[in-house]
Design a protein around this ligand. Structure first.
Ligand code: P71
Length: 457
């Protein structure tokens, strides 16, 4: 059966307020047509992000009551360490309050000015943390990653020949590490295959360059390996994860995704000398090494969440629910990025709204209508987020893709709410001619998508 049946039932409910179109019309105007400025309680289905928005299980909540809030040596730290080690296999486990702190600590210890850091595709915080150390962040995903119509099963893969050319051109000394983001968020939540990881690893071994994973959505990536890569059908998710990470020297992780918690992260790595450098910095900016920036109860929730996320019934539902939404839209002719990724559906705003030029932010226009007409919050991943200007002439430079991401929180929405989202988008697609573009009237110098304000054209 294709229907993604929930492998859980509801014990605690969180009410959502219903708003009218008139109220939402006023709220979005007051928000400067930027959904980051909306009060969350005025949103019916919130698909802004899958990060930190998971519903925890009764088992995780029970663990929260067993928080040992000792400053040093909390028992929850030992459980957390054991849980992370049993999956990732790295020797040193360093807790942080979220993913970007793990990135900040790792890069500030290993990256020097003038270095080059290749990744399949950097996530925006990862890129910002590389560039903060005056190094260049390079995106070397395979060409198919940029084609919304390519059905490549492992669109998150690294282009190994481009990586080899880079290493031969700039030299091993300039490349302190290579990263692989699993799944590749910025390119549509697309997985990386084990075969690609092995190829990257053997290339890096020739030059002695370490391989690190950005492991946020590792379990979802491993589920795709199990269902799409020959030879992995019979393996458990834990076995696949252990093999995946055995090719790496370490990882950063935002536990807010595949550890099924609302806050947390870590750096894990084998190199003791680097770990010592990171730990020294950790004490300066986060906290003592047995809690990072977290409470004991948060560490316990991560330790338990990491076990739950490996459950195949959970992953079948999780990936199945995202696919269910994607297939409803696809069948109705709504343009989406394919294949359907692990944590989100990406609407292709350029094809959805061919009458709006990129200079009028079609993705943002779509996000605004989705909220105003249906109370659904998505996020623009296009010109607002990634558009730049030529530093000399000021001429706008537009990104290739103009997308709207609908990220599905884990275990939060019922399939009925997913049906509602599909119906809403299909109805909106039928009246797409009425959607209008926007003019940006305020922008911050960096990460402008968070605070930009618009007016309707
Ligand atoms: C997402 C997020 C959360 C987010 C971040 C910034 C703006 C809007 C939303 C966070 C990631 C990620 C990857 C691959 C590192 C982080 C940072 N994603 N790597 O997709 O996807 O983790 O948020 O815990 O610091 O909505 P952090």
């Amino acid at each position: 059966m294709k229907f993604p049946g929930e492998p859980f039932k509801i014990k605690v409910v969180e009410p959502i307020e219903q708003t009218t179109r008139e109220e939402r019309d006023r709220l979005i105007r007051e928000a400067g047509y930027n959904v980051f400025n909306l009060p969350a309680r005025s949103v019916y289905v919130d698909l802004l992000t899958d990060s930190g928005t998971s519903a925890m299980s009764d088992n995780q909540w029970a663990g929260m009551m067993l928080g040992d809030e000792s400053y040093a040596g909390s028992r929850n730290f030992y459980h957390f360490q054991e849980s992370v080690r049993s999956i990732f296999g790295f020797r040193n486990i360093i807790p942080t309050h979220q993913g970007r702190m793990a990135e900040y600590l790792l890069f500030s210890v290993v990256v020097k000015e003038g270095d080059q850091v290749p990744n399949n595709t950097h996530f925006d915080t990862t890129r910002a943390n590389v560039e903060h150390n005056r190094a260049a962040a390079l995106d070397l995903a395979i060409d198919e990653a940029f084609d919304p119509h390519s059905e490549h099963p492992f669109k998150g893969n690294m282009n190994v020949s481009k990586l080899r050319n880079l290493i031969e051109r700039v030299g091993r000394e300039r490349i302190p590490l290579v990263m692989l983001t699993v799944t590749n968020n910025s390119a549509g939540g697309q997985p990386v295959s084990i075969a690609n990881v092995r190829a990257v690893k053997s290339l890096l071994d020739e030059f002695g360059i370490p391989l690190f994973f950005d492991a946020c959505r590792f379990a979802e990536n491993c589920y795709f390996i199990k269902t799409r890569e020959a030879g992995y059908e019979g393996k458990s998710i834990l076995e696949i994860a252990r093999e995946l990470f055995s090719y790496g020297d370490g990882c950063t992780m935002s536990a807010k995704k595949d550890a099924l918690v609302n806050i947390g992260g870590f750096v894990a790595l084998n190199d003791d000398r680097l770990a010592e450098g990171i730990t020294t910095k950790l004490i300066l900016v986060e906290g003592f090494p047995t809690y990072g920036g977290l409470a004991g109860r948060d560490l316990e929730a991560i330790a338990r969440g990491l076990v739950e996320v490996l459950d195949e019934d959970y992953l079948r539902f999780r990936i199945g629910q995202v696919r269910y939404l994607g297939e409803l839209l696809d069948k109705a002719g709504v343009p989406i990025v394919k294949p359907i990724g692990g944590h989100a559906i990406y609407l292709n705003a350029k094809e959805f709204l061919p009458h709006i030029p990129q200079s009028h932010y079609p993705g943002q226009g779509l996000v605004v209508s989705l909220y105003r007409d249906y109370g659904i919050r998505g996020v623009e991943i296009g010109t607002v987020m990634f558009g730049t200007k030529d530093s000399k002439t000021g001429t706008p430079i537009y990104p290739k893709l103009e997308l709207v991401r609908l990220a599905i929180p884990r275990r939060v929405y019922t399939n009925t709410q997913i049906d509602y989202v599909a119906e809403a988008i299909i109805e909106l697609y039928q009246k797409r001619d009425q959607i209008r573009g926007l003019k940006m009237v305020h922008e911050a110098p960096v990460l402008r998508h968070f605070s930009a304000r618009f007016e309707v054209i």
